[in-house]
Design a protein around this ligand. Structure first.
Ligand code: MN
Length: 168
């Protein structure tokens, strides 16, 4: 299905986060679910959790983009009510921003766990998950979650899958 195709549109109407949050908020064009926004929120929450604060310079370094671009995006996120700049604490996520950030982190961790379980290399896991996490729908995520639990209960089956994956 290609973007703009009626089937694709129906699919999005039912499942996509963008349409879902648009309907919930009544916003015509929410930026809240774009991949870029999710990457920022994910990185900011990660910095706050690990370093205690998130500065523009740290975000720029973590996402490998210019500080000017980060400043620009931070202003948009502020305007969307996803974060606030506080003089002494730096960037602080609002409740909405933190909820979105935790959600993307949960998707990241679940997908990483799944690929790690299958014996995929860490570098590949990170590369793939950074893309997958933005596009996966709640039903597919739930299916993968169920699969993880089932495979954990069946180590022999998991070993067989790993053997196949690695061509043994
Ligand atoms: Mn991620």
């Amino acid at each position: 299905m290609r973007a703009g195709h009626p089937e694709r549109q129906r699919y999005c109407d039912r499942l996509c986060f963008e349409s879902y949050s648009a309907k919930m908020s009544g916003d015509p064009e929410p930026i809240a679910r774009s991949s870029a926004v999710e990457d920022y929120l994910e990185r900011i929450l990660d910095l706050i959790n690990t370093k205690g604060y998130a500065r523009v310079a740290d975000i720029a370094q973590a996402l490998n983009i210019s500080q000017a671009s980060v400043t620009n995006m931070v202003q948009r996120l502020d305007a969307e009510g996803l974060l606030k700049y506080e003089k002494y604490r730096g960037l602080v996520l609002t409740n909405t921003g933190e909820t979105l950030a935790r959600n993307i982190m949960r998707r990241h961790n679940l997908l990483s766990d799944f690929l790690r379980m299958l014996g995929v290399d860490e570098e590949v896991i990170f590369h793939d998950v950074e893309g997958m996490e933005h596009h996966i729908s709640p039903p597919t995520l739930r299916a993968i979650e169920a699969l993880i639990q089932q495979l954990q209960a069946e180590p022999r089956l998991l070993a067989q899958i790993k053997d196949r994956t690695h061509g043994r």
